[in-house]
Design a protein around this ligand. Structure first.
Ligand SMILES: Nc1nc2c(c(=O)[nH]1)N[C@H]1C(S)=C(S)[C@@H](COP(=O)(O)OP(=O)(O)OC[C@H]3O[C@@H](n4cnc5c(=O)[nH]c(N)nc54)[C@H](O)[C@@H]3O)O[C@H]1N2
Ligand SMILES: Nc1nc2c(c(=O)[nH]1)N[C@H]1C(S)=C(S)[C@@H](COP(=O)(O)OP(=O)(O)OC[C@H]3O[C@@H](n4cnc5c(=O)[nH]c(N)nc54)[C@H](O)[C@@H]3O)O[C@H]1N2
Ligand code: SF4
Ligand SMILES: [Mo]
Length: 695
């Protein structure tokens, strides 16, 4: 029988709405959900390769228990009862001997995050962490410091913008389909795009203005933009007067940071900096200085992100059409959100988190997410206490935390490593037990609450039956919970029952999703009244002078520090990394269609520098840092700043059974030092220098 199923893509965590054509019980065709504005049927290459992922048999097909050494790839197949009994008995032992806090669970925040959070809370562990800090922790902290809201509670109104400035936000390759489509439409209607990146990529190619900035100097550029804006009174005076707390401090602070000074620091001509400030001021407030996406580059990341938010506030673009806005939840329409298992009452937990977030040692990062890159240090130093078990749930702690060798040393100290995954990821390969989840096309998932200008709910609906002996994550955790005596926290037997439980009290039922795959709480877009903005900071204003930072002993405006330079500038480069349109982080390199399009990464290196080092295009080079090294092919180009080399993240896999991607290319995490922004919480992925030598 043929049918169309509305669901949500999960080839990456953007979760675009999709329509899956099913023929005789098999996936025939996947396209974007045509009913969703901005999607209109389209998908990115990875979303289109969903069927290839589903049909790939180089994935775990049953629960697996390790029989050889960790990482040796020797497994025995197990039934679900066997595997879950095994994991539960080990967790029980660990909990009895070391306390619930000895169990940590990390995940890429997703639809069933409330289930795994409930699981850990019920076990008495504070150690749930998400990918958030690895991606943009300092942005989260920066937003709270300025507005009292997290970045997750904010959105960008691409559709109506007149000018958008992107700082290394490679929007046309690091994709969110709706954003790409909406921005392309806005550009067609006349919006201007300014792109700033030490590397010429696809987004640079589509920009009206492109600046090859010296890597690590965006803060200098922003201080100079503010200098011009203040000096020439280019800001939205009425808005600033009403809503900005600490404008006088900024006025004084930016005086010394002239465009001429910034030119020397960034390589961008002073005249051009002035021109941008003037041009953008002319079309305010419908302008965007893009504050994301991946804000995990430097040790001073929080100050870079705050400076971007300040530029928006100076233009009056916060909560403006064509600017940035705060997402509206169901409450704005008198509705109720989907229920979460975390709303239940749990035993009180008094021990600190492993990362000490929320304590005076690390006061500012968001405790709802934690700081994953601390985990290896916490395990190695048993500080603040021993961690003995790690559950990886859709997060590869080996490839997604910097310094893989260090992480491995830490993992080796654990009594139990479990992965709930769909792939032989490197972390699954290094685990003691793999619990395979059904893929997104084979499972119904928890409700997606989509707050925004128009609050909505979406549903990931199972399109086909699982091909292998796999289960849904929330069912895996429930069955483990039952074995650990915490089964009562999981009031469902099936995903359908869990979804129905979530919808209770919302006024919607499962049937309401059938027609289009989503439900809307209201009809119109909601912007707040700009005369009555509910900022959640102590001053009720946008805090340039931040009480969050200053109460914790950090300055709102530290003096600018130039990025460090390597000891041997002729041979050493700043390693910068990023995505490609064809892959998702570390998880799609083995998908047959995508592997065919791109099976390994290369090292972008500046032509003149390469010539000095006798490196030609295609030469195999060794790249080495203080913590690791590896080999990769050079891509010699004049499209990258001479101080930087670039490689795509996510290659150089170690799992042999994922044979297409095994040992192809080089993993950035092997090279990157595990250093981070100690105020905001992000890793500093771009603060490692590498030497490059031909082999
Ligand atoms: N070195 C380095 N580290 C980084 C980055 C970097 O550029 N370099 N980038 C950072 C950023 S921005 C982010 S967002 C994070 C992302 O970090 P991760 O979340 O670790 O990366 P992903 O590739 O999204 O996938 C993680 C895992 O989810 C599994 N998976 C995919 N689909 C499913 C599913 O349906 N169910 C289950 N159970 N598992 C599934 C994949 O097989 C993979 O093992 O990494 C961060 N870490
Ligand atoms: N195809 C695809 N799309 C994705 C993802 C994916 O894995 N694949 N992942 C999603 C996720 S989780 C995220 S976080 C986003 C990431 O989306 P983006 O933040 O757009 O991220 P990256 O691809 O990491 O691109 C980083 C860019 O920053 C540049 N850069 C390096 N140093 C500097 C610097 O000092 N200054 C400036 N201005 N630029 C610099 C790099 O050259 C690179 O082009 O993408 C999302 N979309
Ligand atoms: S951006 Fe691409 S891979 Fe990610 S959810 Fe959307 S279609 Fe899927
Ligand atoms: Mo990310």
């Amino acid at each position: 029988m043929d049918k169309d199923v509305f669901s949500l893509c999960f080839m990456c965590s953007v979760r675009c709405p999709i329509k899956v054509g099913v023929k005789d019980g098999h996936v025939d065709w996947i396209q974007g959900n045509p009913h969703v504005a901005g999607i209109n049927g389209s998908l990115c290459p990875r979303g289109s390769a969903g069927k290839s992922m589903l049909l790939d048999d180089q994935r775990p097909q049953t629960p697996l228990i390790r029989v050889g050494d960790r990482g040796s790839g020797n497994w025995r197949k197990a039934t679900w009862d066997e595997a879950l009994d095994y994991v539960a008995s080990r967790l029980k032992e660990i909990r009895e001997t070391h306390g619930g806090q000895a169990i940590a669970l990390g995940e890429r925040a997703q639809l069933s995050t409330h289930v795994s959070k409930a699981f850990l809370k019920a076990l008495g562990s504070p150690n749930h962490f998400t990918h958030d800090a690895l991606c943009k922790g300092s942005m989260n902290t920066a937003c709270r410091s300025m507005f009292g809201y997290t970045d997750g509670q904010m959105g960008i109104n691409y559709a109506n913008t007149r000018h958008i400035v992107l700082y290394g936000r490679n929007i046309f390759e690091s994709i969110n389909v709706k954003e790409v489509n909406t921005l392309m439409d806005a550009l067609e209607k006349g919006a201007k795009l300014t792109y700033i990146d030490p590397r010429v990529n696809v987004t640079a190619g589509k920009a009206h203005r492109y600046w090859m900035i010296r890597p690590g100097t965006d803060l200098a550029l922003n201080y100079a933009l503010m200098n011009v804006i203040v000096k020439e009174r280019l800001y939205d005076a009425a808005y600033v007067d009403k809503w900005v707390h600490g404008f006088n401090v900024v006025q004084d602070f930016v005086k010394e940071y002239t465009p001429e000074w910034a030119e020397k620091e960034t390589g961008i001509p002073a005249g051009e900096i002035k021109a941008l400030a003037r041009e953008i001021s002319n079309v305010k407030p419908g302008v965007i200085f893009h504050y994301g996406y991946r804000c995990a580059s430097h040790r001073n990341e929080i100050y870079i992100r705050r400076s971007i938010l300040m530029l928006n506030a100076l233009m009056g673009s916060v909560e403006a059409k064509g600017g940035i806005f705060f997402k509206k939840g169901p409450g704005a329409e008198g509705g109720k959100p989907a229920r979460k298992l975390t709303e239940q009452v749990f035993p009180e937990i008094t021990v600190p988190r492993f990362d000490k977030v929320g304590t005076p040692d690390f006061p500012l990062p968001d405790p709802a997410h934690g700081v994953p890159q601390i985990l290896p240090y916490a395990i190695l130093n048993e500080d603040p206490y021993p961690i003995k078990a790690l559950i990886n749930y859709r997060l590869d702690t080996l490839m997604s935390i910097a310094d893989t060798n260090n992480t491995k040393r830490a993992l080796d100290k654990l009594d139990l490593i479990v992965s709930i995954d769909i792939n032989y990821s490197d972390i699954a390969w290094y685990s003691d037990v793999i619990l395979p989840e059904s893929t997104y096309l084979e499972r119904t998932d928890c409700i997606q609450q989509m707050n925004g200008l128009k609050p909505m709910m979406f549903l990931r609906e199972k399109a086909v039956e699982p091909r292998h002996d796999t289960l849904e994550g929330p069912i895996i955790l429930k069955r483990l919970g039952e074995r650990l005596g915490i089964g009562d926290y999981f009031p469902y037997e099936t995903m359908d029952e869990l979804v129905d439980w979530q919808l209770e009290g919302t006024g919607f039922t499962r049937a309401d999703f059938a027609e289009k795959g989503f439900v809307s709480y209201g009809k119109s877009q909601i912007f707040w009244d700009r005369n009555d903005l509910p900022f959640k900071t102590p001053s009720g204003k946008i805090e340039f002078k931040s009480s969050l930072l200053e109460d914790a002993g950090f300055p709102s405006f530290p003096p600018y520090e130039s990025p460090s330079v390597p000891a041997e500038p002729d041979k050493q480069f700043r390693l910068v990394v990023g995505r490609t349109a064809l892959h998702t982080h570390i998880s799609t390199q083995n998908v047959p269609y995508l592997n065919e399009l791109m099976s390994e990464n290369v090292l972008w290196i500046n032509k003149e520098k390469a010539s000095d080092l006798k490196i030609q295009d295609g030469t195999m080079v060794e790249v080495a840092s203080s913590c690791g090294k590896g080999r990769i092919e050079a891509f010699v180009t004049d499209l990258i700043h001479p101080e930087a080399v670039f490689m795509a993240h996510g290659f150089g896999h170690e799992a042999k059974k994922a044979a297409r991607s095994y040992n192809r290319g080089l993993s950035d995490a092997v090279l990157q030092e595990n250093v981070y922004d100690k105020v905001g919480g992000s890793p500093a992925f771009h603060d490692t220098f590498v030497t490059v030598t031909p082999v």
